[in-house]
Design a protein around this ligand. Structure first.
Ligand SMILES: NC(=O)c1ccc[n+]([C@@H]2O[C@H](COP(=O)([O-])OP(=O)(O)OC[C@H]3O[C@@H](n4cnc5c(N)ncnc54)[C@H](OP(=O)(O)O)[C@@H]3O)[C@@H](O)[C@H]2O)c1
Length: 355
């Protein structure tokens, strides 16, 4: 069986990556890709990696056409735009996998605090399921609207959710220091993304108040039985095109001792049946901790840790590809769950090494 799928705003990096993945999915007939500025142009004119491999042409977005051609749409527009498009897609009876931030947060006041505007369709927030497959599998199965998690938020959540779920760490002083590649800010450019500014730099761009803080806190608080988890999140742009490495500093209770074996047990409990979460346990060699180099182009999130007994600290690292496990790959994994396909369908490939 094949399902009909469309990608709205396939011209952008997140939509473009969704097109690449969906084009090779054995159960997907990708038959509708849209753009405002590239109508009638072939996809491969802007994504030449699919030269000779794709005959898809960009079309103008029209909800009636989407309804005729598709069962599912991936929505890869900027936030605020998504908010205006989702209601008509829902009314058309389509299932929507939204890559934007618009339907991730359940609480409208938190949305306003971080996005500085009122949400225009708060009544839909209830319908949306947060798109982290490993945490919301059951709800994803029957959802009409998936709000795929933010890329940097995903990396923090994957690193931390076993420790929170097992009650192993303090929950009021979690620090996440995230480094991200330039594709994380999309295909459009500005002064800050200009090569002489962006290159050869570790650019601190959002030390406090980063929007992904809200998603991380929302998800970890749920896992903490509703008791508020506090996260300090800081983000840096680094000299990579793709990839994220989040370094999380968390603390365990002064009265406890924690040994490596306790943490291995906790991570194994949650990761053992997860096809895309890899715990790095290697004790020697140069890749003893997660490194974006190894997961670029894949749907894997690699997680590792070290214990700093000197100050009751655990340093947890998570590396993932912002455009795959941080966006389009998780979206395809959700699509698989919604259709009862094996979760790895269309995503089952390793990275390239050396890169
Ligand atoms: N990049 C990442 O790593 C990443 C990770 C996680 C989530 N996301 C999310 O995915 C979404 C897309 O991000 P991106 O990185 O792909 O951005 P992008 O490269 O800038 O692409 C966004 C696309 O949206 C279309 N668009 C822009 N304004 C529009 C409007 N007013 N109406 C309709 N279409 C409009 C544009 O296509 P046309 O001009 O051709 O119509 C553009 O190509 C965002 O919500 C972003 O937050 C991105």
């Amino acid at each position: 069986m094949k399902i009909n799928v469309g990608v709205i705003a396939a011209s952008g990096y997140a939509g473009g990556e969704a097109v690449r993945l969906l084009s090779y999915h054995p159960h997907v007939n990708l038959n509708y890709i849209t753009s405002r500025k590239l109508i009638t142009k072939y996809f491969h004119t802007i994504y030449p990696n699919l030269r000779n491999l794709s005959n898809l042409k960009f079309e103008e977005f029209n909800v009636k056409v989407a309804k005729e051609k598709c069962d599912f749409v991936f929505l890869a527009v900027p936030h605020r735009v998504s908010q205006e498009m989702v209601p008509e897609l829902i009314d058309a009876g389509l299932k929507i996998i939204d890559l934007s931030a618009d339907f991730r947060l359940k609480d409208v006041s938190t949305y306003k605090k971080y996005y500085k505007k009122e949400h225009t369709h708060p009544e839909i927030l209830e319908k949306a399921v947060y798109g982290i497959p490993e945490l919301h599998r059951e709800q994803i199965k029957t959802a009409q609207l998936i709000a795929v998690a933010g890329c940097q938020a995903s990396s923090a959540i994957y690193g931390l959710y076993p420790l929170i779920s097992e009650g192993l760490i303090e929950t009021n002083n979690i620090i996440v220091d995230s480094k991200t590649g330039s594709s994380g800010s999309g295909a459009s450019f500005n002064e800050a993304s200009h090569h002489p500014i962006r290159a050869n730099s570790i650019r601190p761009y959002k030390m406090t108040g980063h929007r992904h803080t809200a998603e991380i806190e929302q998800e970890l608080t749920n896992l903490n039985g509703g008791k508020q988890v506090k996260v300090g999140f800081s983000a840096h742009g680094v000299n990579l095109t793709r990839g994220i490495l989040s370094t999380c500093h968390v603390f365990y209770n002064q009265n406890n001792t924690i040994e490596e074996k306790d943490l291995f047990r906790a991570y194994r409990k949650y990761f053992k049946d997860e096809p895309f979460l890899r715990l790095i346990t290697q004790k020697s060699g140069i890749f003893r901790l997660p490194d974006p180099k190894l997961i670029i182009g894949t749907n894997f999130a690699d997680v590792g840790f070290q214990i700093d007994g000197n100050m009751n600290r655990i340093v947890v690292l998570c590396a993932l590809d912002n455009l795959i496990k941080g966006t389009a790959g998780n979206a395809v994994q959700c699509l698989n769950i919604m259709n009862g396909f094996p979760e790895t369908e269309g995503l089952d490939f390793p990275g390239i090494f050396p890169l």
